[in-house]
Write a new protein. Structure first.
Length: 290
């Protein structure tokens, strides 16, 4: 959940900020880095359209506990005719086994308040960008803490960004957070407020709602906000929508849709599409749990 809310469909992590920074983003390098930061959160839904369509006729996958998850990600970015491909890998280790019984498989760790450590790596095909990310989420009863560090190589420059969050769970399925981010190469910091709520409905259905608002310390104190929702038809299949915008001059909204399906209790696929003005991103992720 750090630094960007789950599912935020941004190929350019800084495109909504100050004018000078937006110019850098349009040059490409920071835009690719922005996608790296969202690799684990952006690719939130099913392996291919045919599998998703077939899943409509299936029942939810049976429950099976797990402790580790590894994934592979591919994203194709088309920015006004200029294209690139992103390749990534990620791994998450939970400190204790995660119970999936009676929960959407994609939300089992959150609903079970599972502390975890994660690592991911991504590289661009054309852009000279590589990024390594480490993260951790920790639950202490009704309290929550998280940290995220990204080390990136962008051409001849290196960048180290970090983010921290603290939160409280006033009830099962609801998390409220405050956060701080330091963006090295962009020379910006940000504070944020976030919320995530997962409610279990009848007949195995569920709804996930997330919201995040950030204020950057640029010359205009730019405010950025992100909204997303996922509807679970059963424990295995979900569809989602995402929205991001800011109050920066010339800001363009990002709108995204996606789907996720567990072919078995331990094998999942995801696909997501996002559009921001003349930039289109489509990404897919496959993962296995152990």
């Amino acid at each position: 959940m750090v630094p960007r809310p789950i599912g935020a469909p941004l190929w350019c992590g800084y495109s909504q900020k100050a004018d000078a920074l937006s110019q850098k983003c349009n040059e490409g390098a920071l835009g690719i880095l922005g996608l790296f930061r969202g690799l684990k959160t952006m690719m939130k839904q099913a392996y291919m359209a045919a599998a998703v369509a077939a899943a409509l006729a299936t029942f939810g996958a049976q429950a099976q506990d797990y402790q580790m998850e590894g994934g592979l990600t591919y994203a194709h970015v088309d920015a006004d005719g200029s294209t690139d491909s992103i390749y990534g890998a990620d791994f998450t280790f939970h400190l204790k086994q995660v119970s999936t019984n009676g929960r959407p498989l994609a939300e089992a760790a959150f609903l079970g308040r599972s502390s975890n450590l994660g690592i991911s790596y991504a590289t661009a095909d054309k852009a000279d960008v590589d990024a390594l990310n480490g993260s951790g989420e920790f639950f202490f009863g009704d309290f929550y803490g998280a940290a995220d560090v990204t080390q990136a190589s962008i051409g001849s420059e290196d960048s180290t960004d970090f983010a921290v969050r603290a939160g409280f769970l006033p009830m099962d399925g609801l998390l409220l957070t405050v956060g701080y981010e330091d963006l090295d190469l962009a020379d910006l910091t940000a504070i944020s407020l976030g919320a995530k709520y997962v409610v279990l409905l009848n007949d195995g259905m569920a709804l996930n709602l997330e919201a995040d608002i950030k204020q950057y310390d640029d010359q205009d104190d730019t405010i950025e906000y992100t909204l997303l929702a996922d509807f679970y038809l059963n424990s295995a299949l979900s569809f989602g929508v995402r929205f991001n915008d800011s109050d920066a001059d010339g800001s363009e909204s990002t709108v995204g849709v996606g789907a996720k399906y567990f072919f078995t209790p331990v094998i999942s696929g995801e696909i997501e599409y996002a559009n921001q003005d003349k930039t289109d991103t489509i990404g897919a992720r496959v993962a296995m749990r152990f």
